[in-house]
Write a protein that binds this ligand. Structure first.
Ligand SMILES: Cc1cc2c(cc1C)N(C[C@H](O)[C@H](O)[C@H](O)COP(=O)(O)OP(=O)(O)OC[C@H]1O[C@@H](n3cnc4c(N)ncnc43)[C@H](O)[C@@H]1O)c1[nH]c(=O)[nH]c(=O)c1N2
Ligand SMILES: CCCCCCC(=O)C(=O)O
Ligand SMILES: [Mn+2]
Length: 493
């Protein structure tokens, strides 16, 4: 008798053989079988007919995120309503060797959802219940489709907030999957520091909780950190169906300010000085003069067109005043000027919304274009060097590039606008972003602080962690996903 394990291995060899044959016969074919009409019927049997769509418009909508990557629609889209749906769909795809791509809200910036190997897109938006808010314990549990703004609206009267804030209203489990962050990370950390537990469905249909069922402690030393294995896994290991997240009390007082500098270096040096003095900031964001120009035009501001810092201070009345005085001194020391304060809640919200809208502000300067953005992160002392060098490279390439970022974390972006009619511009953007990522890596940094690897940074991941590191990651993947059906073609070269 064959053991079950041997049978699985044999099945996998047969598949590989068939795949090779299929590819030789037809260079256009995916390395996976197409979804058959029998499988469509079986999927309909699991989730109901109305939750399976092969309509072109629906497939197209699920074939790309907000990045420049060419759209690759899945063969069909399945809408899951509960974890049982997810489990049965995963198992069926796994048994038939069909690629399965989890879909949050499609706001990713690295082509994470593009179905480059065909298969089934699993849309989780219908799983949109907020399952628990434990006010005394500062945590909550949400289903996969709940977005960060929906959660924060729900929390409005509790005095609590979930602070991780990518510019888009992304799904919270999508944010887990990309290890997202945003302007608040300098104070609250990224998704990695704020996820207490995840419910995950593996490709074979097994459902498990990464920290153990119902666990929601701030600390744990119990075994391997499976929670953080899934944070940043970009849909390549399993489907995250629930997340238990940390919440925070809304600070008693906040104040926001902007100020301008004569050069990029002055602005970035200011950031480094503030952090080196141990001043706890809630936000320190940088926008260069090119980005400020777009910001003014799109959001109707009249800031000086110069490298600028956007800051937020939090505390009580006493501590806030002290922090503000210290920061003002550091800003003056670095020749900063034009301090403008936003004190009313409405004005503060307008300022930070405008900051979050910056991608759209830049895109409005060249309608019809797509954003191509870098996302490097370096140790804070290296930040002035890498930002100045990236801007020099952009100027030398003769392309418009916007520079901005979460400089309080050593994380920043250069944004280039890409248009199909401008292949030259695209080639320059690709070359520049590789150069900038390599500079960051040489300065002990990473090619992605928060957007992930997706399709565009696979080579850079190899460069960053080396052959051995990548091989170990692949071994981890094959433990969870031996048939390589979970979001194939992403993350790994
Ligand atoms: C204007 C604007 C501004 C920003 C950003 C985007 C845009 C359009 N982003 C990027 C984006 O919002 C971020 O990557 C989100 O985490 C993506 O969440 P979605 O739900 O949209 O995931 P989306 O559906 O795009 O999927 C992203 C990846 O996660 C996987 N995935 C999604 N849901 C999953 C699940 N439940 N289980 C397993 N895998 C899943 C997908 O398969 C894919 O690989 C960002 N980001 C950031 O970190 N900081 C920022 O400041 C910004 N700013
Ligand atoms: C130049 C900006 C592109 C960055 C994309 C969005 C983002 O992460 C942000 O911080 O804004
Ligand atoms: Mn960002």
């Amino acid at each position: 008798m064959f053991s079950k394990r041997f049978a699985v291995q044999l099945q996998s060899c047969v598949r590989q053989f068939c795949t090779t044959k299929c590819l030789t016969a037809n260079a256009q074919a995916f390395e996976y079988p197409s979804v058959s009409s029998k499988l469509v019927k079986e999927l309909q049997g699991i989730v109901g007919q109305s939750n399976v769509s092969t309509a072109e418009a629906v497939r197209e909508q699920h074939g790309h995120d907000e990045s420049y990557h060419k759209s690759s629609p899945p063969e069909l889209v399945v809408f899951a309503e509960n974890v049982e749906h997810v489990s049965h769909v995963a198992k069926l795809c796994n048994n038939n060797n069909i690629p399965l791509i989890p879909f949050g809200t499609g706001t990713g910036l690295e082509g994470g959802i593009n179905a480059i190997k065909g298969g089934v897109c699993l849309d989780l938006n219908k799983m949109n219940n907020i399952l628990a808010v434990n006010q005394e314990d500062f945590d909550c549990t949400v289903e996969a489709g709940v977005s960060r703004q929906t959660l924060n609206s729900y929390l409005r009267d509790t005095g609590l907030v979930f602070p991780i804030d990518p510019g888009a209203d992304a799904s919270l489990c999508g944010m887990c999957a990309t290890s997202a962050s945003g302007t608040n990370a300098v104070r609250y950390g990224t998704m990695r520091e704020n996820v207490l537990n995840l419910e995950v469905v593996l490709p074979d249909g097994r459902v498990f909780d990464t920290a153990g069922k119902g666990r929601r402690t701030k600390k744990t030393s119990a075994g391997y950190n499976l929670t953080n294995l899934f944070v940043g896994s970009e849909g390549t290991l399993g489907i995250i169906t629930k997340a238990t997240l940390r919440l925070y009390g809304i600070p008693e007082c906040t104040a926001s300010a902007v100020c301008s500098f004569p050069s990029v270096k002055n602005a970035v040096d200011t950031t480094v000085n503030i952090l080196q003095c141990g001043i706890q900031m809630a936000r320190i964001e940088f926008l260069d003069e090119v980005a400020i120009d777009a910001f003014n035009k799109y959001s109707k501001y009249d800031m000086k067109v110069a490298p600028s810092l956007f800051m937020e201070f939090t505390g009580n009345e006493g501590t806030l005043a002290k922090q503000v005085d210290l920061v003002s001194e550091i800003v003056n020391m670095n020749e900063g000027s034009d301090f403008k304060w936003a004190e009313e809640a409405e004005e503060k919200n307008r300022l930070w919304k405008a900051r979050h809208d910056i991608v759209y502000a830049c895109m409005a300067l060249q309608p019809g274009s797509k954003p191509y953005s870098t996302d490097v992160c370096v140790p804070i002392s290296r930040l002035p060097d890498v930002i100045v060098r990236s801007k020099e490279l952009i100027d030398a390439a003769g392309i418009i590039g916007f520079t901005l970022g979460h400089v309080g974390d050593g994380n920043f972006h250069n944004l280039f606008l890409i248009n199909d009619d401008m292949p030259d511009q695209k080639a320059k953007a690709i070359k520049l972003s590789k150069q900038i990522a390599k500079i960051a890596q040489e300065l002990d940094g990473t090619c992605t602080g928060e957007h992930g690897i997706g399709l565009g940074k696979k080579e850079l991941l190899l460069r960053e962690i080396g052959e051995e590191g990548l091989e170990i990651m692949k071994q981890v993947k094959s433990t969870f996903d031996p048939n390589n059906i979970m979001n194939p073609g992403k993350v790994f070269v």
